[in-house]
Design a protein around this ligand. Structure first.
Ligand SMILES: [Zn+2]
Ligand SMILES: [Zn+2]
Length: 217
């Protein structure tokens, strides 16, 4: 706030004061001191008008970066959840994919699994891999031992993937809690033929897989 020394009116800026001098007191000399204050005022204005557009473009840049990140994130999410239409799946999709009603299945096969322990069939539970949160691409619907492989990508799902979803151990040394020891052996057949791939066996449609644990002799 500046004041006119002649009439004591107040003005917001030296620019306004100078205009007032010109209008009301044309004979009063506009001093170099006042002129320098006016110049200072203009420099501040110029500085502000220089700075604020920069600030604006900075925030535009930030918004642009954020938008790019959002778009990239959405694209990544789309690719990783809709891999059926896409092509990029890295790693085992067993635990990274959830099947939904809108999932386009690229693969739908039904191998049959039977586990026999000491001469008795072990019930493979219904709804392995099915929860409210996620329908895994490898799952069961009933206790028949039928494994459903329903996947938006064609992938060589193995028995390991099924046991992983089930949460049970299986390899050449153990099935469920049953471990191979000096008195017990573990064998596997696929369609009646002995198979030594165990957890690494890639399942096919219609496979009859039998895992047998029992006395070695
Ligand atoms: Zn199913
Ligand atoms: Zn099915």
């Amino acid at each position: 706030m500046v004041t006119c020394e002649r009439c004591h009116r107040k003005f917001a800026t030296y620019g306004a004061l100078k205009q007032h001098y010109g209008n009301q007191h044309p004979n009063v000399k506009w001093t170099p001191e006042l002129e320098s204050k006016l110049t200072g005022e203009r420099e501040v204005e110029a500085y502000r008008s220089n700075v604020s557009p920069k600030r604006g473009s900075n925030s535009k840049l930030i918004i642009a970066v954020v938008l790019i990140l959002i778009v990239a994130g959405a694209a990544w999410y789309y690719v990783s959840t809709n891999s059926g239409s896409g092509t990029t799946v890295t790693g085992d999709p067993t635990l990274s994919i959830c099947i939904t009603d809108s999932t386009v299945l690229a693969e739908h096969i039904h191998p049959q699994l039977q586990i026999v322990v000491n001469g008795r069939p072990v019930t493979i539970p219904a709804n392995v891999g099915i929860s409210a949160a996620c329908l895994r691409p490898v799952h069961t619907h009933d206790e028949s031992g039928e494994i459903h492989v329903e996947s938006p990508v064609v992938y060589p799902y193995t028995l390991h993937d099924f046991f992983l979803v089930w949460g049970q151990p299986f390899d050449s040394t153990q099935v469920l809690q049953y471990k191979v020891d000096s008195g017990h052996a573990l064998k596997m057949t696929v369609n009646g033929t002995p198979n030594s791939d165990f957890q690494n066996y890639v399942m096919h449609d219609g496979d009859q897989i039998v895992i047998t644990y029992g006395p070695s002799s």
